[in-house]
Design a protein around this ligand. Structure first.
Ligand SMILES: [Zn+2]
Length: 238
């Protein structure tokens, strides 16, 4: 038996198993009644409230790269979302994929104008990080999230480089109101001890799963009263 015919025999033997496998995978991914949960299915769009899986961040990266996918995902977690036309001040200062939010998954927020990417990350942080931590550590939910805004056409303090805020690619969070009436503010409570301080550490740490850069009061005095979060080039969790 020559080499060629051995190869032919091998390929012939593999043909049926390969076709069967392709059929099984296609059915698993595309059949309407697939037993694969949507959060594990790479062909299904991101559901921002779905349980987290190993492919959640991959789906999120795909969603924020496409304005329409981002808008659809944001609508599923933070409705009603107001889509606004882009704001173009100049090359360095603009808000693209601009939205206005006043609700997150559960908590309310003073109207926030930002990029869809930042809005979606904020809502996912609230749903998957902040609310569970508040329940576990403080025995209450978060009813309101306080912020210092997203867009600001300026340089980084003490630098000539433009801030991520100049493109609304950043967000500053200053505190949380709980459903039991407790008001938590970074400027008052970061230095406290006990469960409130523990909650704020947990909030900072969980933000790092959703934003590339997170700066807390631990970083420097300029951040004593807020968490800065952005999606710029640099990463950090301080
Ligand atoms: Zn900031």
């Amino acid at each position: 038996m020559g080499r060629k015919s051995k190869l032919g025999w091998l390929l012939g033997g593999l043909f049926l198993p390969v076709v069967a496998l392709a059929f099984a995978v296609t059915t698993l991914l595309y059949h309407p009644q697939t037993p694969l949960p949507p959060e594990w299915n790479p062909t299904r769009p991101l559901d921002p409230k779905a349980p987290l899986t190993r492919i959640t961040q991959w789906k999120l990266a795909g969603a924020v790269a496409e304005p329409q996918l981002c808008a659809a995902a944001l609508e599923r977690i933070a409705a009603p979302v107001v889509a606004l036309p882009p704001q173009e001040q100049d090359d360095q200062c603009h808000i693209r994929n601009r939205v206005q939010l006043s609700n997150l998954a559960t908590a309310r927020i003073a109207p926030l104008e930002t990029r869809c990417d930042i809005a979606l990350r904020l809502a996912m942080w609230e749903h998957h990080g902040l609310q569970p931590a508040a329940q576990a550590l403080l025995g209450a939910g978060i009813s309101r999230i306080h912020h210092y805004g997203s867009y600001s056409c300026r340089t980084i303090a003490g630098s000539s480089r433009m801030s991520q805020h100049a493109t609304a690619n950043a967000l500053d969070i200053s505190g949380f109101d709980l459903t039991n009436g407790q008001k938590i503010r970074l400027r008052n409570d970061w230095q406290a001890t006990g469960k409130t301080a523990e909650f704020l550490r947990s909030a900072r740490n969980s933000a790092c799963a959703w934003f590339r850069m997170v700066l807390s009061p631990d970083y420097n005095a300029a951040h004593h009263d807020h968490f800065h979060m952005d999606q710029g080039r640099w990463s950090g969790c301080r």
